[in-house]
Write a protein that binds this ligand. Structure first.
Ligand code: ADP
Ligand code: F6P
Length: 319
């Protein structure tokens, strides 16, 4: 029976991470399991930056964005010697198992630690929704609502000035934020890596829009596809649409978690502790058709998440 568990947040922060930390801590304390918060992700694990949690430690955090544990990227954790050092730090305080809240990189670290004898359970905390085999990741819903709020504001000014507005959103390897935001705001075009990017087709479509007497247009595009400011200049020159580009940036990562993210995080946090109590390791918590379950991290990391083209197609039907 596990007696002492650590919890950390790693990779890019996501709204709802605190609700997951709270759920892990409270589930442990309610079941007589000691629990430590590990600061700064794997960096803090390596350095032994641990805070012993009591019931007060997670009061008033369910509603907070960011992560009270801080997060870090620590590529040095790929080195097995550094992982050994982290395990030594855990043993010093009697920490036997770990809950890792983060994205796929964090999952890779959790799997490697499990292979070295420390049971780890992953919880999907990332705004990108890029983890396969879970309906949603914690933070996606909040970030999506932030983007839609920004798009609604841009739509106002775009419409007033009869402009084309291009908004670049985050999503690294996954177009879900762009696609869901695009359908929610009624965008003219949604561009993601999965959907494909062809500059000539973008220009052609916007020329058609202009010719069909549309007064303004919204284009949502995932980051790392093209320079949106250069694209705006080209669209303006070739379509006659006065065009402005915006990059939403880290604004998308902050803010009060949505109710949906708090519920998901709370349920996942409880389940992660239950898996560790059952002596499971190398698993991640997923929401599959609304049900919380545990899946092998190795299987989840073996493939890439596919976007739902149905949602994209529906968005295009409504232009
Ligand atoms: P995310 O978890 O959001 O995908 P990263 O890809 O930056 O973010 O990964 C977060 C951290 O997980 C890294 O900084 C590193 O500490 C750890 N990590 C990533 N990949 C590995 C790996 N292959 N082996 C061990 N640790 C890893
Ligand atoms: O993984 C979350 C994410 O916000 C991605 O959407 C984005 O590409 C990346 O992190 C940005 O990372 P950083 O905060 O290191 O700039």
């Amino acid at each position: 029976m596990v007696r002492c568990i650590g919890v950390l947040t790693s990779g890019g922060d996501a709204p709802g991470m605190n609700a997951a930390v709270r759920a892990v801590a409270r589930t442990c304390l309610n079941r007589g399991i000691e629990v430590y918060g590990v600061q700064l992700g794997y960096k803090g694990l390596y350095e032994g930056q641990f805070i012993k949690f009591d019931r007060n430690s997670t009061r008033n955090i369910i509603n907070l964005g960011g992560t009270i544990l801080k997060s870090a990227r620590f590529p040095e954790f790929k080195d097995p010697e550094n992982r050994k050092k982290a395990i030594e730090q855990m043993k010093k305080v009697g920490m036997e198992a770990l809950v890792v809240i983060g994205g796929d990189g964090s999952y890779a670290g959790a799997l490697k630690l499990t292979e070295m004898g420390i049971n780890c359970i992953g919880i999907p905390g990332t705004i990108d929704n890029d983890i396969p085999d879970t309906d949603f990741t914690i933070g996606f819903d909040t970030a999506l609502n932030t983007i839609v709020d920004a798009l609604d504001r841009l739509r106002d000014t775009s419409s007033s000035h009869q402009r084309c507005t291009i908004l670049e959103v985050m999503g690294r390897g996954c177009g879900d934020l762009a696609i869901h935001a695009g359908i929610a705001n009624g965008a003219e075009m949604i561009i993601t890596t999965e959907v494909g990017y062809d500059e000539d087709k973008v220009i052609e479509r916007l020329k058609e829009s202009k010719a069909s007497d549309k007064k303004h247009a919204i284009v949502v595009i995932t980051e790392n596809i093209t320079d949106v400011h250069a694209l705006a200049k080209k669209v303006e020159a070739e379509t006659g649409f006065e065009t402005r580009a915006n990059v939403l940036g880290h604004m998308q990562r902050g803010g009060r978690p949505s109710a949906r993210d708090r519920v998901l995080a709370s349920r996942m946090g409880i389940y992660a502790v239950e898996l560790l109590e059952a002596d499971e390791g190398g698993l991640c918590v997923s929401e599959v058709n609304g049900k919380i379950t545990g899946l092998p991290i190795a299987d989840v990391l073996a493939h890439k998440r596919k976007i739902d083209f149905g949602i994209y197609e529906d968005a295009m039907k409504l232009r």
